[in-house]
Design a protein around this ligand. Sequence first.
Ligand code: BGC
Length: 746
Amino acid sequence: MRRIFVIAAAALIFAGCGSPKTEAEKFADKLLEKMTLREKLGQMSQFRPRSGVVTGPEGFSYNLEDMIKAGEVGSILSLREMEYFEIYQRMAVDSSRLGIPILFAHDIIHGCKVIFPINLGSSCTWDVEATRQSARVAAVEASAMGLAWTFSPMCDISADPRWGRVSEGSGEDPYLAAKLSAAMVEGYQGDDLSDSTTILACVKHFAAYGAPEAGREYNTVDMSERMFRDRYLPVYQAALEAGAATVMSSFNDYDGIPASGNRWLLKTVLRDELGFDGFVVSDYDAVHEMVNHGVAADGADAARLALEAYLDMEMTSGDYINHGEQLVRDGIISEKHIDELCRNILVAKYELGLFEDPFRYGGAERFARETYKPESIALARQIARESMVLLKNEDSVLPLKEGRKVAMIGPFLSDARAMNGTWDGFSEAKRIVTIEQGMKARFPEDAMTFTRGCDAYNHIEGGVEAAVRAARAADVAVLTLGLPGNHSGETTSMTSVELPQAQKELLAAVKATGKPVVVLLVTGRPMALESVDGLMDALLVVWHPGTAGGDAVADLLSGDFSPSGHLTMSFPRCDGQIPIRYNHKSTGRPLNKELDYTQSHKAKKNYLSSYLFTPNTPLYPFGYGLSYTEFAFDGLEVLDPEVGTGEDVRVKVRVSNVGNIKGTTVAQLYIRDMVASTTRPVRELKGFERVSLEPGASAEVVFTITADDMAFCREDMTFAQEPGEFGVWVGESCEADLEGHFIVRE
Ligand code: BGC
């Protein structure tokens, strides 16, 4: 994080000296000389065709084709019909005065044709390389469709599973989310934007969108600048450092100013401090929504605020194209300022190679060749398998023993939509392997029965009875429970993340048969499961696992592979614990580990920071995940027990597979700055490594903690490390108890 200030300084020096212009900038400058003000504002506007995905108000009415011909459409989002990429591009190139190509964008969030698990699921792989590869596959497929820009990665961390969009992010921890977000940018953009299989990444939603009050969608975000810089900003920053070419401003207000008109966020932090020199697009209608926020009187005023905040491109409301000219005529915004913003967009188009060949993306032959490649589907299956988290496995009920009869039950057995979850790109239902299909492909036909039992929220006539009959006739019951695919993602905030009542009743009835019960939890968010935990013998979180989800489930249930996913968001016991995060601060009256919560309040007045009837801890903590084998951690050695400021600390540990089968775990390292100028989290993740071991084998893992890893937003708001003592823990979750210490000297 200290790099922020280094970059900032560099950016200021550059600005001062006037850095030499790139070819792209020279090209854009020349083009700007020929453009009318309206054409410039057109480049700064993005529109949706009538058939496109709608995630906001309709806005003003327009004829897209007329506007394209008039050179007033810089970008189009959410085009669904493939042939129109070429039709609209031809229109722009041949019929508009200057023939500036259109930039086509779409939300390719966890895959385009081949769908990977929802991002929260993928993050549970802790597999940076696989994440990079999945973004690469998405870019290859998306560019083969005609797209040049994805609105991804979502870098918003969140500790609030009531907020449905946790499904699109990488969990609650900034360190892990930063690594995964950066990998996604690398996967989308490669190292050459002019390669026609790479697309622009978009870091979103800038900023702090993941902390809306009460988990309610689009709600106010009010947090200290210190918290913002410490926890939230590093993820966006990492994605920017990976080279992300664009940024999306968020819907929320931050510290009283909506992000799309927030000059401090978009100019001071993003451009001046972080040195971002790409372009910023607003979220859907977010410029105009500043009227609803109550900071703009009307569309013109909203456009003014956004322009003054250096927001380059407006999405869908039309406020730039409709009011920009008047703002310039009235002397409120200078044309020079418009040029500056428009230039950023033209530069991106130039760098993509669009001016050289506007038709470099898409094409039927290329599309047929590049989509649904067997190796892409194999990668989706691997990531789905690695994303699934085994939270419980009593009496080793999993994997399913050969020859046992299995009653497959529940509302999501053959639900293709539930496999994909939110933002399913250009997926086709016929390509999706449901859980039922995956199981049928792997197990003998007479080994299984399939019974729905209930709907996601409602009973169905005779459903429970049929499920009970099926369970009685089997050796083990496997229930698919959780939430429908469209109940995570945007506008899916919930006040309760418990299992719906109808499913709880189904589960209880099946459990009462006395048969072992395995739950496959289909979900896009952590759920609060304490009230039903006792009804499950095994619990495997399968998320919304994507195109190959059903096969991946079968891979694990059969024991062909051992689960290796580890949680990246805490699973609370109950709704009242939310928001909940492992990396919380210590209060002045912290909970005493030895003192059980009930004892503490029964025995005497409770002077500890705890609830009356519920422990502080989640049901399943961050980092947690079982496999079919067992791992032991020992031999922790801090190789650099005393270092100077700025020096690395290495920590060594031995990981052993002490079970009987091959498996993979995620070795995790946490630190605590014991005494600092501001309160620090009780633990912070600062290293991780996936470790695969044969039974009986051991491996040595050496983590390196850098000075940057120890840096934080200090009392004086500077970002740096402070000397002193640090605690360090290594293990398989944030509750790891293998402990060490080191000292950083002045
Ligand atoms: C979402 C963005 C998305 C945009 C365009 C908005 O509603 O918040 O994440 O990229 O729509 O589809």
